[in-house]
Design a protein. Structure first.
Length: 104
């Protein structure tokens, strides 16, 4: 649940220790995921309650979007319980390379 004030939100972040860096590290070091790229953005205005993520892993190969999200959510089960919103975008290495080529 979201904190009712910015002060309360800061308290939540301080007590949970959840930051973009800690989320990214958990995903990068997961033996199940073996992510090749992880970018986590705090989209909550700095209160640490809402995050968006770009996660690239060949473990997503052949999986639906729902299966990919479930894989990531399982790895971040405890962290997700402590935050307000989590929006992952999960791509395979091939999909990521195609996106990068389009943006150049």
């Amino acid at each position: 649940m979201a904190a009712p004030t910015d002060t309360a939100a800061t308290e939540v972040q301080n007590t949970t220790g959840i930051t973009p860096d800690t989320l990214a590290e958990t995903l990068r070091t997961s033996d199940t995921l073996k992510a090749s790229h992880v970018d986590i953005q705090d989209i909550s205005g700095g209160c640490g309650q809402s995050f968006a993520a770009m996660i690239v892993s060949d473990a997503f190969q052949g999986k639906s979007a729902l299966q990919r999200h479930r894989l990531v959510n399982g790895i971040l089960k405890d962290e997700i319980k402590a935050i307000h919103a989590w929006t992952p975008r999960c791509l395979t290495g091939e999909q990521w390379e195609k996106e990068q080529a389009k943006s150049q």
